[in-house]
Design a protein around this ligand. Structure first.
Ligand code: KIV
Length: 272
């Protein structure tokens, strides 16, 4: 059932802050096209992320690194057309904001102008702080992303849990505060120990959204294709599969092929 009719007010960064203050959990999912964006929005999600995970899910790349600014803009434009209520966040792709803050601002402005999305997400803390501040100074809301940062996979060498050691955990907490102090409106924490995520969520006043970061944060995000079972080859511990859409699609497509081969489709009523 959609909650659309009961609550059609648009989700804003301010409303997310209020949700954290009253202890209401924030729901977030990815979408990469018009149809999925409108389905997820109509179901009542709070935040839709046009994630650079599109590089894997939509383009079949092994990492998020190859997806380009133009490709992200194309996908985000389509999603925004389908969304009436949720806050739409767009991932800034690898290479579009790390170089220097001037380039970062130019990329950010392109995404905002061409897609009409609400805000942007970037991966990293202290290293990209200047870029974050410059984007924020143009009035563009920014969501941070710490912990496992897939754009840094070549540095890590694996997708294992991050910040298990004290030094990395301390840096993560420092980075979270730096991002909050700079003016970010929320932070995603990916694949870190639940106790560390809990500490960050308790220390920050802005919402902390987890993926593989336990339950004691302000909200949760998953990749839509993974949680509805459109993809089947990615099964980390944190992923709960709510449906097996791949199975349903296989059955439907096999049925269609049978009907075409047997001459059953189209029938009298399905022709002019
Ligand atoms: O790109 C993405 O889907 C993400 C989520 C995993 C948070 O960044």
């Amino acid at each position: 059932m959609s909650i659309h009719s009961e609550d059609s007010r648009r989700v804003t960064t301010h409303r997310l802050l209020e949700m954290k203050q009253r202890g209401e959990k924030i729901s977030m999912l990815t979408a990469y096209d018009f149809t999925m964006g409108s389905i997820v929005d109509q179901a009542g999600i709070d935040i839709i992320l046009v994630g650079d995970s599109a590089s894997n899910v939509m383009c079949g790349n092994v990492t998020t690194l190859p997806i380009t600014l133009d490709q992200m803009i194309f996908l985000a434009k389509s999603v925004v057309r389908g969304v009436k209520r949720a806050l739409v966040v767009v991932d800034m792709p690898f290479g579009s904001y790390q170089g220097n803050s001037k380039e970062a601002l130019a990329s950010a402005i392109r995404i905002m102008k061409e897609t009409h999305c609400d805000c942007l997400k970037v991966e990293g803390g202290e290293e990209i702080l200047e870029s974050v501040k410059r984007i924020l100074s143009a009035g563009i809301p920014v969501m941070g992303h710490l912990g496992l940062m897939p754009q840094s996979i070549n540095k890590y060498g694996s997708y294992a849990v991050r910040a298990k050691e004290e030094e990395e955990a301390d840096k993560l907490v420092r980075d979270a505060h730096l991002l909050e102090d700079a003016g970010c409106f929320a932070i995603v924490l990916e694949k870190i120990p639940a106790a560390l995520a809990k500490k960050v969520a308790a220390e920050l006043t802005i919402p902390v959204i987890g993926i593989g970061a336990g339950n004691e944060v302000d909200g949760q995000v998953l990749v839509l294709h993974d949680m509805v079972g459109l993809t089947q080859d990615f099964s980390p511990r944190f992923l709960r599969r709510y449906a097996n859409i791949q199975n349903i699609m296989h059955q439907a497509i096999e049925h269609y092929i049978e009907d075409v081969k047997s001459g059953d489709f189209p029938n009298q009523k399905e022709q002019y």
